[in-house]
Design a protein around this ligand. Structure first.
Ligand SMILES: [Zn+2]
Length: 525
């Protein structure tokens, strides 16, 4: 039983003072209310709902039952209804007050949301530019529904609720994450309270690989449901990361930066221990540790699958749902205990010869400015960080000034110097130089730089956009479309990419695609 459940049961006990029932009836009531909470804790929301409805009929005046009902409604996404019920519940207890705050914040943050449905999901977001996300989100999640459902042997009967928050501030208010957690760890989405929640890529300067992120969160949803919420955190994260790219037919989940950090960690015997990953990877001390933790657990799952086949994942989840303790479930599934498994994994990894690329850096999420005082400073700090050091930063600034005054060859010289001075393989600096080469129509130099940078940072939207632009200028529309399509999926808020795609479809005579792109573009105009 988890900590939260224990707390609720304690409150349930004290709240029973409000109940009109005594003696045996009260003991019965307590047992049944407890069952309701247990079902919620196990992600069996429909059953919890059924139990609660029955209890409401039998004990219409019980504060306990109403508090349970408020929880059920909250988990069903009925925040207004949950709030109405909570208004009638006495809030002298900490847990009640805490829950009331959560419901109140959620209700406030989602009050202006509109809804759109697909076959298996409901999307809730603010009407406006974020509308552009929905067709892409449907693509990622409906594919995930099929692909991941098959792997994990689970297909939710009810539509899964997906909420898209416009930026990190409301997201922090409705989740257990603080603003600091979000910025430090780069956590921009989570799966909790029977739903998936995500920060819109529109609030980030360059977007992020949010379609993979949605699929990742959906894996958490499936695992929580299928295992009755009994999977340990490391296994949850391992499976979610391992399967993150599967919806788009890609088996490789390991990014170059993850591989580099894991290789360094293994070489220096610096690992994040599985127990230190609790309560959430978002709470680790920095973004490097977060990447290391992901790399560890994803390769553990990869190793498990290599040894036992992909069915091992569904098997583990099923036996956890039966209440089998994790160690035993693992022993049954892979034939060894957790310690032995980790030792074998490490041996396996030592033999794998991972690639390290010196200079690779975890790129921090860069949120758009909110024009608040302090934001300018943090933008400056971010620019400095992205350049790698002060000298590289100063040379870049000089390059920027020269470029803005049309001194292109001089700007190229400064950008080159900046890249030499920067110790990191900064995709920002490489893009500045590559973009300037493009102004000179020096396609060869530009393409070489961009391709190199893309190998290091495959999800960097600016690189993809520049490559699209390069082929667009060369009138190689097929190649341009491919890169622009990748770019638009990471950052659907860049108008240039939409307008280029529209032009490409027009040039190729693909009227339907042109119209579809036009609709997408209209959302962000
Ligand atoms: Zn996760």
């Amino acid at each position: 039983m988890n900590r939260l459940l224990k707390q609720i049961l304690m409150v349930g006990g004290t709240l029973a003072l409000l109940s009109a029932f005594h003696g045996f009836a009260r003991a019965d009531l307590q047992a049944e209310v407890t069952e309701g909470y247990l079902l919620i804790d196990q992600w069996r929301f429909e059953e919890a709902d059924a139990v609660t409805q029955k209890l409401l009929k039998r004990y219409p005046n019980s504060g306990d039952v109403h508090f349970l009902n408020a929880r059920v409604e909250f988990y069903k996404g009925n925040y207004e209804k949950a709030w109405k019920i909570l208004e009638t519940v006495d809030d002298q207890y900490h847990t009640v007050r805490e829950f009331k705050t959560l419901v109140s914040n959620t209700r406030e943050a989602t009050s202006v949301f509109v809804t759109q449905e697909s076959e298996h999901f409901t999307f809730h977001y603010i009407d406006g530019p974020d509308q552009v996300l929905i067709p892409y989100a449907i693509e990622a999640l409906e594919k995930s529904y099929q692909v991941l459902g098959k792997i994990l042997g689970y297909f939710p009967k009810q539509k899964v609720r997906v909420e898209i928050y416009p930026d990190r501030i409301p997201f922090a208010r409705i989740s257990p994450l603080t603003l600091k957690d979000i910025v430090t760890s780069g956590t921009v989405a989570l799966c909790k309270y029977n739903r998936i929640m995500m920060i819109s890529p529109g609030s980030l300067v360059r977007g992020y690989n949010w379609m993979d992120t949605l699929s990742h969160e959906y894996t958490h949803y499936l695992l929580s449901s299928k295992s009755y919420n009994n999977a340990p955190l490391w296994l949850h994260e391992g499976i979610a990361k391992y399967l993150e790219t599967r919806w788009r037919q890609e088996a490789d989940y390991m990014t170059p930066i993850m591989e580099t950090i894991l290789a360094d960690g293994l070489a220096n015997d610096y690992m994040v221990a599985l127990e230190d990953m609790m309560p959430s990877l978002a709470k680790l001390k920095n973004a490097e540790d977060v990447q290391l933790a992901y790399a560890e657990v994803a390769t553990m799952v990869d190793y498990m699958v290599q040894q036992n086949g992909e069915t091992v994942l569904a098997q583990l989840a099923a036996s956890l749902a039966e209440g089998t303790p994790f160690e035993m479930a693992l022993e049954d599934a892979v034939g060894k205990g957790l310690n032995e498994f980790q030792i074998d994994w490490k041996k396996h990894m030592d033999g794998r010869q991972l690639k390290t690329i010196p200079g690779l850096t975890v790129l921090k999420f860069r949120f758009k400015n909110h024009r608040s005082p302090g934001e300018n400073d943090s933008a400056k700090e971010a620019a400095l960080q992205e350049a790698g050091n002060q000298r590289a930063h100063d040379l870049t600034m000089l390059g920027d000034i020269l470029k803005s005054r049309q001194y292109i060859p001089a700007a190229i010289i400064e950008y080159k110097k900046a890249i030499d001075a920067s110790k990191m393989l900064s995709p920002i600096l490489n893009n500045k130089l590559a973009g300037t080469y493009l102004l000179q129509k020096d396609y060869t130099q530009s393409e070489a730089l961009l391709r190199k940078s893309l190998n290091y940072y495959p999800q960097f939207a600016t690189t993809l956009t520049h490559l699209g632009e390069l082929f667009y200028m060369k009138k190689d529309y097929a190649a341009a479309e491919e890169f622009f399509q990748k770019a638009v999926r990471i950052n659907p808020f860049n108008p240039l990419v939409h307008s280029r795609l529209i032009n490409i479809y027009a040039a190729l005579g693909q009227t339907k695609k042109k119209e579809q792109q036009g609709v997408l573009y209209s959302y962000i105009k």
